[in-house]
Design a protein around this ligand. Sequence first.
Ligand SMILES: *Cc1c(COP(=O)(O)O)cnc(C)c1O
Length: 401
Amino acid sequence: MESARIASFVEVDLDALTHNASVLRRLVPEGGKLGGVVKGNAYGHGLREVLPAVHPVVDVLYVVTAQDAWWIRSWESRVGAPRREVLVLGVLSPEEVVRCGREGVSVVLSDGGFEAHARAVAAAGVSVDAHVHLETGLSREGLWADRLAADLSWLAQVGPAVSIRGALMHFADVEDVTEQDWALHQLSHFERGVLALEALLADQGRPTQLVRHAAASAAAMVLSASRLDVIRPGISLYGLWPSRETRISARMVLGDLPPLRPVLSWRVPVQAVKDVPTGQPASYGCTWIAPRPSRLAVLPVGYFDGFPRRAGNRAQVLVGGRRCPLVGRVMMNHLLVDVTEVPSVQHGDLATLIGRDGDAVVSAEALAEAADTIHYEIVTRIAEHVPRVPVGGSSASGAPG
Ligand SMILES: *Cc1c(COP(=O)(O)O)cnc(C)c1O
């Protein structure tokens, strides 16, 4: 490990990631595929750093931006890796869709119009593979089954420029409940939508064998009917459970809990150690006042780096393998931690904001709870300027500098 780091950094355990992928692969039905969602800078883990580990162990990569898709294609050609199926879930410009056609990247047809994109692809003389996002109850970007003919009326005119390869949906509620009524309702809508789509394609003499995919992490684990042809886990690939409810449901449905291992740790060297007398306030607003002679560790990390300001006076940080309370408000570039119980702490010692130190653990979930949010938000908001440091098996062949 580099010793010269002076501010916070994220450790990315590539062995844990590979392990999680193999755990998730056991959920894939016979003949099906394992997808991996790497949107949001790979859930804050760093797309560049995780790609060398994720790429070999999944069959499909899901991104939200065209830039991420280009990055994957350029990485593949640089290291001589085979081209993976890459699907862009997000909004694209017509120019980006043309480039997707050229680079063999698949796109999603969703609510919001695709006609101009399709015409641009046809005009460029290329062809793009597309998956249709069907609306089933999230009320987000899916197309309604009974409006497919109208919404895709342009399809007949663009010929082979757009090939419909698959259909997808996204669940609204699986991770928030232990009864899956709404998810099952969504799934039956999806089945109807796929039939409608296949009928429309057959009318145009197009192939009708569609790849169907619906399940993100929670559904893949607790709703076997949703696994279909491809599963699309994101959060669980990084070793985090979608929610407490999913963990409860998984115990009921699967018997054993899939043994996920968190991939990310967030650490920061102690900048200074400061002794303060009883009655001395700390941090902005003087919201914390030393109840006894106290020793504080100053950590050079704050909300600019993505540490949630809401967690002030509430979160815990590991120092010297012990849980220490964060005191006072979170500042832009600093946190203060009460290390009175760990008197040996010195400048340069590593504090852990998320992760393990000895026997003690602060989970992303715990930090999320202290900040009134969910761990998805905590990890994806770790700022891009925070270095990601791959550790474990494949990191030697890993990220370019
Ligand atoms: C983010 C996302 C996923 C992955 O969700 P997780 O809960 O992180 O597994 C899957 N599919 C779509 C369409 C998504 O937007």
